[in-house]
Ligand binder design. Structure first.
Ligand SMILES: NC(=O)C1=CN([C@@H]2O[C@H](COP(=O)(O)OP(=O)(O)OC[C@H]3O[C@@H](n4cnc5c(N)ncnc54)[C@H](OP(=O)(O)O)[C@@H]3O)[C@@H](O)[C@H]2O)C=CC1
Ligand SMILES: O=C(O)[C@H](O)COP(=O)(O)O
Length: 498
């Protein structure tokens, strides 16, 4: 397994501390401080990154603004060419980047590799999509509006915003970074990345792939440091023209602090899985286990509450229990299905929800078991709305089952949530499925499959507290542009072929 910080990546490491990236160079912060990244499995410090200063952020923003002007004059095909290069380098070096994901966020080795490959594919698709949708504009003629002659032509096109600030979360520090970086760059913007602390080194390796591809100096920067320390300075910086954020309710706070800039927010979720009496229970069980427990439930699109008709609940619970018993629990290096959650505080939060459910009488389908940050998969049955886990997002391998006696009850619970990211419904009746999908107040509804963001060109959006705007490659590109109109005024009306 290629080692992080070696080979082509050697220059990003300065002794024990990874450098930050600014003005086309790998640098050591003047703060003289660094941030520890604790391996969730060993609970020992694995890596360290720079704690960048506000002065360094100011410099990065200044340089980004200048670089962006030159970049906006770079032909679309050249922008796309560089993105394809970066994608290829990313995939070529998937092993050391995947190793960082294993060590920083305890992502199972196989999932870590697929995150990097998926990211390369996302960057390439973005390059192609950007050339298509940014290569065309709109022509409007004045006489389509009542009272006008055809003496005005309006040419409108999509132009860059300026400097995009990208802030991805720990659970996809590469994929949810490039899902912002690619669209920003193809649209002609500069990009400042603030990676999550847990996942920062994987992100720095990813940034180096863009550096190796030959992007202009200063166009891409990556500043590291705790979000709680440097985050507000970044999101309220006057040099920022757009913020693309993925994470928890931090995003809600950011949306209240940010200036007059476009916001793309992908936040938490409480994705409901509604199961009707005619559902294929083997399909349901497989999707509940995959959807609820992949990456130990640390996915915003994870199944977070099962709303199942009472008459089939016992049978479904038995099937899920049998599958959960077969999951491998252990370190990410061994490709375990269930690995330690990302931090001790996360594990403590999950435990709090479990204890609350226990005090209020939920049925434990397995013994609750935790060793350090490792929590064994747990299905809680007969969960009631007075239990915190009915509403809160554990972001861990714990799944509540609420038994319902009507579809309306299921839809009501789904819509009573403050979240509105995704949901899913299992039934053989497609008419019912469509009606339920229409009734669920979520950005996406999956019919007969667990929620998922991928494939990455699908629109992906959260309603209510789950987000602002829409991701997915095309929507992200469009969101990172604004419209410019140029109106040609003719001396007199002119009608072609007239
Ligand atoms: N909708 C979606 O697609 C996703 C949603 N999520 C949600 O995020 C949560 C877990 O992810 P997690 O990474 O812990 O989320 P957080 O909101 O804690 O962090 C997300 C990012 O924001 C940064 N950050 C923290 N504080 C600030 C601040 N004041 N200003 C600017 N940036 C800041 C973090 O940096 P640092 O790490 O240094 O604190 C990190 O890079 C869950 O609620 C989950 O549902 C997660 C992934 C995807
Ligand atoms: O942030 C997340 O958790 C991701 O958006 C989920 O992506 P996935 O559904 O493709 O795992």
């Amino acid at each position: 397994m290629a080692v992080a910080g070696t080979g082509v990546f050697a220059e990003i490491l300065n002794g024990e501390v990874y450098r930050y990236y600014a003005d086309g160079e790998w640098r050591v912060s003047g703060s003289g401080k660094s941030v520890a990244i604790v391996n969730p499995t060993t609970r020992q410090t694995q890596y360290r990154v720079q704690a960048c200063t506000q002065e360094e952020v100011n410099k990065v923003m200044e340089v980004a603004k200048v670089a962006q002007k030159a970049w906006a004059r770079t032909p679309l095909w050249k922008r796309a060419e560089l993105l394809h290069k970066a994608a290829a380098i990313l995939k070529e070096h998937k092993d050391p980047i995947a190793e960082c994901l294993v060590k920083e966020i305890a992502k199972p080795a196989k999932d870590a590799i697929s995150e990097v490959v998926r990211s390369g594919d996302l960057v390439s698709y973005t390059a192609e999509e950007g050339v298509r949708i940014l290569g065309e504009g709109k022509l409007l003629v004045s006489d389509s509006f009542p009272g006008n002659e055809r003496n005005k032509y309006c040419l409108s096109s999509k132009v860059p915003l300026g400097v995009v600030l990208a802030i991805p979360p720990f659970n996809y520090p590469v994929n949810l970074a490039v899902s912002k970086i690619g669209p920003a760059l193809i649209a002609g913007n500069a990009l400042v990345l603030k990676p999550p602390t847990q996942g920062a080194v994987a992100a720095l390796h990813m940034v180096h792939c863009f550096h190796l591809a030959g992007f202009p100096k200063g166009l891409i920067s990556c500043v590291t440091g705790k979000g709680s320390e440097i985050g507000d300075f970044l999101t309220m910086h006057p040099g920022v023209n757009c913020i693309s954020f993925t994470g928890g309710d931090t995003g809600i706070a950011i949306s209240k602090k940010a200036g007059m800039v476009p916001l793309q927010m992908e936040l938490g979720g409480k994705d409901a899985c509604i199961v009707l009496e005619d559902a294929d229970l083997d399909l349901v069980a497989a999707n509940i286990v995959k959807g609820g427990f992949s990456y130990s439930g640390q996915r915003c699109t994870a199944v977070k509450v099962v709303l199942i008709m009472e008459s089939i609940a016992d049978a479904m619970v038995e099937k899920v229990k049998a599958k959960l018993a077969k999951l491998k629990v252990g370190p990410p290096e061994d490709d375990s299905d269930i690995t330690p959650v990302v931090t001790e505080s996360s594990a403590n939060f999950i435990e709090g929800l479990v204890m609350d459910a226990n005090e209020k009488g939920a049925t434990f389908c397995q013994e609750y078991r935790r060793e350090g940050n490792l929590i064994w998969p747990l299905l809680l049955d007969h969960v009631r709305p007075d239990m915190r886990i009915a509403w809160e997002e554990p972001f861990g391998p714990v799944l509540p089952v609420i038994r319902i006696n009507s579809v309306e009850e299921g839809i009501h619970h789904c819509n009573a949530s403050n979240f509105g990211l995704q949901g899913c419904v299992f039934t053989k009746d497609i008419n019912k499925a469509i009606m339920i999908s229409d009734a669920m107040e979520t950005g996406t509804v999956q019919i007969n499959s667990a929620p998922a963001r991928g494939p990455d060109h699908f629109p992906f959006q959260g309603l209510k507290d789950s987000g602002i705007g829409s991701q997915g490659i095309t929507n992200s590109i469009n969101m990172m542009t604004k419209v410019k109109s140029t109106v040609i005024n003719l001396p007199s009306p002119s009608y072609t072929m007239g």
